[in-house]
Structure formats: C-alpha cells, structure tokens
Ligand binder design. Structure first.
Ligand code: HEC
Ligand code: HEC
Length: 275
C-alpha cells in the first residue's frame, strides 16, 4: 500500500458548472518518501483560501484548527499495526462496539472502515476541524501512530450488514446509482462504489451497511452548512448534500444501510418497515 493514487472526479454543482474535485492520497501512506510531495504540510498547503475580510474570532478558531490538523498530518507514521491497535481500541468499544459493529445507530460502525479514512477523521476531531465534543476528547489522547494502529484494527474487522426500509430504498437506490443531474446531484456510487465500500486511496469511507440514522445525521448537517474543514476534500460532501431534500436524505440513507459487499451488490430490503 505504499503507492499513491489520485483522481479527478466531477461534481455537478447548482450552477450547473462542473467542478473538478481532486481527491489525493494522504502523504502518510507513502512512509519513507513522504517528504517529496506531502500535500498537507503546514508550509506548503496548496489551497488555503485566504479571505480578505477582517478575521473574526470564529475565523481565528478555524485557522487554529486547520494549523493543528496540518501539524498532525505532518507527523511521520508507519502503516497501522492491528494487534497494537486492538489494545488501544478498548476505550472505543463502549460506543462503537468492541469489534466496531456498534448497536446504537447514533454511533457509526467502524468495522471494515478503511484505515486512511479513520486516521483522517481522528485527526480532524483532535484538531477540531470536525467538531464533536465526545470524539474530540477521545481523539485527544491518540498520537498519529495510535490512530493508524486503531484504524488498522477496525479495518480488519468484519462489518455486519444492515437492513434497508423497502418503502424508501427504491428512491434511494436511484439516487445512489444514478444521481440526479437535473438537480446537480452526482451518483453516490461514483465515489463510494456499487457496494458502498469506498476507496482507501482517496480516503472515501465505506458506507455500505452503515446505520441509516448516522448517515442521515451527517447528510442533514452538511445540508445545513456544517463542514469538516476547509480543504478540498472536506468540501465534497457539503456541496452534494446542499442539493438533497429531506426526502432524498432519508431514502438514500436507508438504501445505504442495506448495501453490502460483493458478490451481492443489491440492497437487502425489509418487507415491513417498523417506522
Ligand atoms: C462515548 C461514545 C464514544 C466513544 C467512547 C468513542 N466514540 Fe467515536 N464517535 C462517537 C460519536 C457520537 C461519533 C459521531 C460524531 C459525529 O457525528 O460527527 C463518533 C465518530 C467516530 C469516527 C468517525 C467515523 C465516521 O464514519 O466518520 C471515528 C473514526 C471514531 N469515532 C473513532 C473512535 C475511536 C478510535 C475511539 C476510541 C479511541 C472512539 N471513537 C470512541 C462516539 C464515541
Ligand atoms: C465526488 C466523490 C463523492 C460523491 C459523488 C459522494 N461522496 Fe460521500 N464522501 C466522499 C468523501 C471524499 C467523503 C469523506 C469526506 C471527508 O473526509 O471530508 C464522503 C463521506 C460521506 C459520508 C460520511 C460517512 C461517514 O462514515 O461518516 C456519507 C454518509 C456520504 N459520503 C454519503 C454520500 C451519499 C449519500 C452520496 C450521494 C448522494 C455521496 N456520498 C456522494 C466522496 C463522495
């Protein structure tokens, strides 16, 4: 896994102007030669959208968070060690499940999530670019190498499948697979894959089988203006979620929960929805 990949993905925005979003692999993957082109080092961050307006205190706070994030990203690490990670993950089990299969749907499943994505989110929580009080506290005790180890541990666990609500899943499937170009919504599948497995090299999360409640919460928050930072990567989902209606969000979230890995790529549906 020591190589890097990048790709450009077209995201249709409301203006109907296609915006190319570059998804680049994190430098931490290329351990020994990271120095050659680290994309997120504090001194050479390519796209710090500097605003000309007088900085407010919230702007200063977010600048401090971005700087803390760049600092974490610049630390050299080895690929995660799942064995070492297991011990460090003991503190996570109460909410996420010991094997990463949380039972309470407000806590995301971490089982089968890719290491790169887990590391990227732990760094965001710790730095405060992704704001969540509980997770900021949990991540504050972890050094970058711990994040890789814990990430490797959860990545190696098998994600238990979820079940979609049949009433919602067919609308959700359409959106997931085709998007809706007339409304500027790209197909989720283009980045998250047909079975929702995501893409480790691009830090695209595995969302297949994820709790619909959790997925819905994130999509709603993005729709309402939340963001996980100011880098290009963090702008992808808010730009998409902006175009989703509440109905779209519940439909696609339910479909996502029913998605699971190949060979079967269709969502499992539950004939009698309970809610
Ligand atoms: C007290 C409950 C609790 C504990 C303990 C906890 N978490 Fe979390 N975790 C959460 C919540 C709540 C969220 C969702 C935050 C949000 O909505 O942004 C979350 C989100 C995450 C995410 C983001 C997942 C995603 O799909 O984006 C990661 C990664 C994570 N936690 C890792 C950990 C690790 C590693 C530990 C142990 C060191 C841990 N968590 C301990 C409650 C907890
Ligand atoms: C252009 C690529 C792209 C497309 C298209 C896309 N996503 Fe994403 N998605 C991402 C990336 C990258 C992330 C991680 C964001 C980050 O780290 O800032 C993400 C994160 C998410 C998450 C958070 C998962 C978690 O564990 O917290 C959800 C939910 C999600 N996407 C759902 C969707 C849905 C639903 C669609 C279709 C309506 C969609 N995505 C379309 C790239 C994409």
């Amino acid at each position: 896994m020591g190589f890097r990949r990048s790709a450009a993905v077209i995201v249709m925005l409301a203006t109907s102007a296609p915006v190319a979003v570059a998804l680049s692999a994190p430098q931490t993957q290329a351990e020994s030669n990271a120095a050659t082109s680290a994309p997120a080092s504090a001194t050479s961050a390519p796209a710090s959208a500097s605003s000309t307006a007088a900085p407010s205190s919230t702007e200063n706070a977010s600048k401090a968070a971005e700087a803390a994030l760049a600092q974490l990203q610049s630390v050299k690490t080895r690929p995660g060690d799942a064995k070492a990670g297991q011990a460090k993950a003991a503190a996570c089990g109460a909410c996420h499940g010991m094997d990463g299969n949380s039972t309470d749907p407000q806590y995301p499943k971490l089982a089968g999530q890719n290491e790169q994505y887990i590391v990227s989110q732990l760094m965001r929580f710790k730095s405060g670019t992704r704001q969540n009080a509980i997770m900021q506290g949990m991540a504050s005790t972890l050094a970058p190498q711990d994040m890789h180890d814990v990430g490797a541990y959860f990545a190696a666990q098998k994600r238990l499948p979820g079940v979609a609500d049949e009433k919602l899943a067919s609308d959700g499937e359409k959106l997931y697979r085709d998007g809706d170009a007339s409304r500027g919504i790209p197909a989720c599948m283009a980045c998250h894959g047909p079975d929702g497995a995501g893409n480790p090299g691009w830090r695209v999360p595995n969302i297949g089988g994820q709790h619909a409640d959790y997925v819905q919460t994130q999509l709603k928050a993005w729709h309402d203006g939340a963001s996980w930072g100011s880098d290009t990567h963090a702008k992808i989902m808010p730009a998409i979620a902006q175009h989703l209606t509440e109905q779209d969000i519940s439909a696609v979230s339910s479909y996502v929960e029913g998605l699971h890995a190949a060979p079967e790529t269709k969502a499992t549906t539950r004939p009698n929805a309970i809610d």
